[in-house]
Design a protein around this ligand. Structure first.
Ligand SMILES: O=C(O)Cc1cc(O)ccc1O
Ligand SMILES: [Fe+2]
Length: 444
C-alpha cells in the first residue's frame, strides 16, 4: 500500500480521494459533489487568534451524526484519566521500570493502553496522561475517538497503521504520530505486535517551540511533519464506534465505517514526524545546556514558558564540550519528568534504563546520573564523542504526575533504583581544593 503525505506543520492543507470532491472557493456548497455531506471539525474555539485557530472541513459519505447511535458505557479498565489520585502505597521517590512484557491476549490500541501516570484535570482541559501501549490485535470493525485530548503515539517496537478520518499514517520506532482530539480512527498492526508509549494531552495542542536566537532553522523543522492525503473506507457492515469522554468509555453500534471522508481541507490534522530528522543544537564549547534545547513539540499552558507538556528527545549527537561534565547535571525540577527509551543507551544511565523501560522523576524529586555515569564522565578524556544509535524521550509537565495502581504494581518496577546513586559519597576535604588529590583517583 502506498501512503501519501503532505509536508508542513499546521499548514492549510487540501486533498481529495475522488476528483472534484473538494469544493473550491467555498466550504458549504448548496449541494456537494457526489452527494457528500460537508462538516466542520473545530479543534479550537471559533474565535481563537489566527495563530492557534484550527479547524478542518470534511466532505463525507455520511455526517458524523450518523456515525453514532445510542451509546452504552463500557469498561476500559487500564486507561485512566486525571484527576486520578489513588493510594497506591508506594513511598515517595524516583521510580524506574523494566519494559512491560508483551501479553498473550488480544489487545487493540484502545484496550491495550495502560496508564502509568495522570496529571492535571480533564474537566478543565489541563494536564496529561502517560500510557504504555501494548497492541497485539488490529481494530477491524472497531473505531475510536478521544474527546479528552490529542494522542501522541511513540512506538518503541513494531509498526502501526493509523487509519484516520483524514487519511492513513504508518509509524514505527523512531517516529511519532499525533492524532487530534475528536478525530475518528482505527489502528492496525503492520507485521506483529507493537509496544510503545502514548502521551494524552488534555490541554492546548502540541505546537513547535519558539527558536529564539537559534533563528529560522534546526530543531524540528516544519517540512518534516507529514500529514496524510485523503483516504476513505467504503464499508457498509456492522461496526462499533467507541468514544472516550471525560474519562468514560462509550460504545455504539453503527452499520458502516465512520472513515468515510472523501475530501478535506484545513489545518486540524493528524501528522507523523521522524525524530531522526530533528537537528539538535547544543553545547559547542563547554557546559551542559538545559534539555529544553531538545524540545520537539510543546503544548503550552496559559502561562508563558510553563508548558502543559514538553515533548523532549535525546537523539544521537556529538558531545564536544571542553572541561565539562557532559551528561545531565544533578537536578531538582518544578516540572515532572516521565522518560522512556526507544533504542540505544541513555548517557546518564547506561544500564538499568533499557529500551521499552520508563522512569519517573516527579516534581521536585532529585535525580541525575548514576554512579557509573558520574565516574565515567568525571574521568574520561574529553575528546569529541558521538552518542550513536540512541533515542530517549521525556514527557515533561508542569503538573505533578500521579501514579496509577497499574504502574505501582508492575513487576518490572525496580525496587533498587535509588541504589544507582549509591557511592556518590562525600569527596569534600576543606584542605584540598584540587579533586582528586594529585596522584590519587577518587574512591581508589
Ligand atoms: O535525565 C533526565 O532526568 C533528564 C535531564 C536531561 C538533561 O539533559 C538535563 C537534566 C535532566 O533532568
Ligand atoms: Fe531533570
Amino acid at each position: 500500500m502506498t501512503l501519501g503525505y503532505m509536508p508542513g506543520f499546521g499548514n492549510d492543507f487540501e486533498t481529495e480521494a475522488a476528483p472534484g470532491a473538494l469544493p473550491q472557493g467555498q466550504n458549504s456548497p448548496q449541494r456537494c459533489a457526489y452527494g457528500l455531506y460537508a462538516e466542520q471539525l473545530s479543534g479550537s474555539p471559533f474565535t481563537a487568534p489566527r495563530g492557534t485557530n484550527e479547524r478542518s472541513w470534511l466532505y463525507r459519505i455520511r455526517p458524523s451524526v450518523r456515525h453514532t447511535s445510542r451509546f452504552r458505557r463500557v469498561e476500559v479498565p487500564f486507561w485512566k484519566t486525571a484527576p486520578h489520585v489513588v493510594d497506591h502505597g508506594l513511598p515517595l521517590g524516583p521510580l524506574r521500570w523494566d519494559p512491560v512484557p508483551m501479553p498473550n491476549e488480544a489487545l487493540t490500541f484502545v484496550t491495550g493502553l495502560r496508564t502509568m501516570t495522570t496529571a492535571g484535570d480533564v474537566y478543565t482541559q489541563v494536564g496529561m496522561a502517560a500510557h504504555v501501549m501494548l497492541v497485539t490485535a488490529s481494530m477491524v470493525d472497531d473505531y475510536f475517538y478521544n474527546a479528552d485530548g490529542e494522542l501522541m503515539v511513540v512506538p518503541q517496537s513494531g509498526e502501526l497503521l493509523f487509519f484516520t478520518e483524514l487519511g492513513r499514517i504508518k509509524v514505527g520506532p523512531g517516529e511519532i504520530a499525533v492524532i487530534p482530539r475528536g478525530m475518528k480512527f482505527k489502528v492496525e498492526l503492520v507485521d506483529g505486535p507493537v509496544r510503545g508509549y502514548v502521551c494524552e494531552n488534555y490541554g492546548a495542542k502540541f505546537t513547535l517551540p519558539e527558536r529564539g536566537p537559534i533563528g529560522a532553522n534546526c530543531l524540528a523543522n516544519p517540512r518534516d511533519f507529514k500529514t496524510p492525503v485523503a483516504a476513505f473506507e467504503e464499508k457498509e457492515t456492522a461496526c462499533r464506534l467507541t468514544v472516550k469522554w471525560c474519562g468514560s468509555f462509550n460504545t455504539c453500534e453503527i452499520g458502516h465505517s465512520p472513515l468515510d471522508v472523501v475530501a478535506w481541507h484545513g489545518n486540524y490534522t493528524p501528522y507523523k514526524y521522524d525524530l531522526r530528522t530533528f537537528s539538535p543544537v547544543g553545547a559547542l564549547l563547554f557546559d551542559h545546556p538545559d534539555p529544553s534545547i531538545f524540545t520537539v513539540l510543546t503544548a503550552p499552558s496559559g502561562e508563558a514558558g510553563t508548558a502543559n507538556i514538553d515533548f523532549v528527545i535525546f537523539p544521537e549527537r556529538w558531545m564536544v564540550a571542553e572541561h565539562s561534565f557532559r551528561p545531565p547535571w544533578y537536578h531538582m525540577n518544578i516540572m515532572s519528568e516521565f522518560m522512556g527509551l526507544i533504542y540505544g543507551q541513555y548517557d546518564a544511565k547506561e544500564t538499568g534504563f533499557v529500551p521499552g523501560g520508563m522512569s519517573l522523576h516527579n516534581c521536585m524529586l532529585p535525580h541525575g546520573p548514576d554512579k557509573p555515569a558520574f565516574d565515567k564522565a568525571s574521568f574520561s578524556e574529553l575528546k569529541p564523542v558521538k552518542l550513536t544509535g540512541t533515542m530517549a524521550f521525556m514527557f515533561e509537565t508542569r503538573f505533578p504526575q500521579q501514579l496509577t495502581e497499574f504502574a505501582a504494581r508492575l513487576p518490572g518496577l525496580q525496587d533498587d533504583y535509588p541504589e544507582c546513586w549509591n557511592g556518590l559519597d562525600r569527596n569534600f576535604d576543606p584542605a584540598r581544593p584540587e579533586w582528586p588529590a594529585p596522584g590519587a583517583r577518587a574512591g581508589e
